[in-house]
Design a binder for this molecule. Structure first.
Ligand code: G6P
Length: 478
């Protein structure tokens, strides 16, 4: 870093490391290489990079430290803030609202107050790290007020924002009591990225409705408090994965051997279906399991010839809707296994765990049909991981139309998860698809996923952001 700060600062709700606290209170951390950190690592190392984020544990205060050449700057959240800002406003207001109110969002003024307060803390931490004229990239719905708050503190920096989840239609966004403030918060950025063109268009419509600013296509003219004018762009930058890494992983002898072993441990079924999701109500797990159960009931699929492996990784376990979902899914899985299973021959193998990338790659490689049945999803990276893992050009991706990935992944079998009969037919089509057709589709999918990887995503976004003029136009300029 230069003496006066870092040239490139990422601000995200979470740091890219996992912390653990020992009994004597000492903390340690391990790197958790997520997609975002992999994408940003080259940029971080080429410039001097810092990452501002929460440790993931309440009341954990930690000095900034270096990991793999990146400065990590923890932002502390109290237990109450975790409850009000993270579980409350982020995950029980914004999350359901932005996912088309699949579950009813809760609106509490206390949650909003905590959201504002915590966003201000993130903005201050980012402002303290950024070198003059730095690029600051703010991530996701938890931090929508950071761009404007940061601009107030540091008008010299260039600010990008990327929304990893959908941006809802005007009619749905309108519910939010603090809609105008959220829009103003986002408009502090120079560039606002969304997963799909329709998300960006939804945002621009809301800008027109809830502010008096003028917009032209994807450009919004913002007048700041000092009367100066800026142009903010809202556009689509669909995120991806580290495709090459996943491809290599799945080609490794250890992963290939593990894939065979998985099939064996399942009793060598003719067809293995796979679902991999955070246990989240947006993922359509209930719909998927219901459809599978009905296919068994109808006798269109039979046990032990066909089996479904469902990995549901634990998520947001203090939020009521997630607790209810777990109850529902586990009840349904139990019923189907009770009804159609035999000793050693379960229709559904359900796991409430998360697994390392090697095991995930082996599961993808073992699966004949991948079921992605989300009711709404910003992108869905699991769909892309499945494709990247299939260098054998086999396997069928069944993909919900309601994912960002559906805009890109021609070659998948598209489904509407609300249409249970339609989904059942498409699952059967996938199960029965011959290898020639599988190969044709998988080649097409792989070309896309290998070409458009996460590095390309971040480079494209940052190139557009860097092209933005560094300073806003003072009031007297035309
Ligand atoms: C989604 C969000 C991320 C979030 C992740 C895990 O992908 O877009 O911002 O980090 O879910 O959720 P969590 O609440 O555990 O961070």
């Amino acid at each position: 870093m230069s003496d006066d700060g870092y040239d490139f600062v990422v601000v995200a709700n979470r740091l890219p490391v996992d912390f653990s606290v020992a009994e004597d209170g000492t903390t340690s951390w391990t790197t958790s290489p997520g997609g975002l950190v992999t994408a940003l690592e080259p940029v971080m190392q080429a410039h001097s990079g810092a990452w501002v984020g929460w440790s993931g544990s309440p009341d954990l205060d930690h000095e900034p430290f270096d990991a793999d050449g990146v400065r990590l700057v923890p932002v502390a959240l109290s237990a109450t803030e975790v409850e009000l800002y993270y579980e409350g406003f982020s995950n029980d207001t914004l999350w359901p609202l932005y996912h088309d109110v699949i579950e009813p969002p809760a609106y509490h003024r206390q949650w909003w107050d905590a959201y504002r307060k915590v966003n201000a803390r993130f903005a201050a931490a980012a402002a303290a790290q950024a070198a003059p004229g730095a690029i600051v990239w703010v991530q996701d719905y938890q931090l929508q007020l950071v761009p404007a708050l940061l601009r107030e503190l540091r008008p010299d920096v260039r600010i990008g924002f990327f929304n990893h989840i959908p941006f809802p239609s005007l009619e749905i966004f309108a519910q939010l009591p603090w809609r105008a403030q959220v829009i103003r918060g986002l408009l502090g950025a120079d560039l606002i990225g969304f997963q799909r063109a329709s998300d960006a268009a939804n945002f621009v419509r809301s800008v027109r409705r809830f502010t008096d600013l003028t917009t032209r296509g994807e450009v919004i003219t913002v007048t700041d408090d000092d009367g100066g004018r800026r142009y903010v762009r809202a556009a689509a930058f669909p995120i991806s994965i580290d495709s090459e890494h996943f491809d290599n992983l799945a080609r490794s002898p250890a992963v290939k051997a593990r894939a065979l072993e998985i099939r064996e441990e399942l009793g060598n079924p003719e067809v293995m279906l796979l679902g991999v999701d955070r246990l989240d109500y947006t993922k359509g797990i209930r719909h998927r399991v219901k459809a599978f159960g009905e296919l068994l009931q109808d006798g269109r699929l039979t046990v032990p010839e066909v089996t479904l492996v469902q990995v549901a990784s634990p998520s947001r376990e203090n939020v009521g809707a997630y607790q209810q979902l777990r109850e529902d899914v586990e009840l349904l899985v139990g019923r189907i296994n009770g009804e159609y299973g035999h000793l050693g021959k379960a229709p559904i193998h359900y796991f409430h765990h998360s697994y390392p990338a090697e095991e995930m790659a082996a599961l993808y490689l073992a699966a004949d049909v991948m079921l992605v049945t989300a009711l709404r999803d910003g992108m869905n990276l699991v769909a892309k991981e499945y494709v990247a893992a299939r260098s054998d050009e086999r396997g069928v991706l069944v993909l919900s139309e309601f994912t960002g990935a559906a805009d890109e992944l021609a070659g998948s079998v598209l489904i509407n998860p609300h249409d249970i009969d339609g989904m059942k037919d498409r699952i059967v089509l996938a199960v029965e698809m011959d290898y020639r057709e599988q190969r044709k589709r998988m080649r097409r999918l792989r070309r896309r996923v290998l070409e458009d990887d996460v590095e390309k995503w971040s480079q494209t976004f940052l190139a557009v952001l860097s092209a933005v003029p560094a300073h806003h136009l003072p009031a007297h300029q035309p």
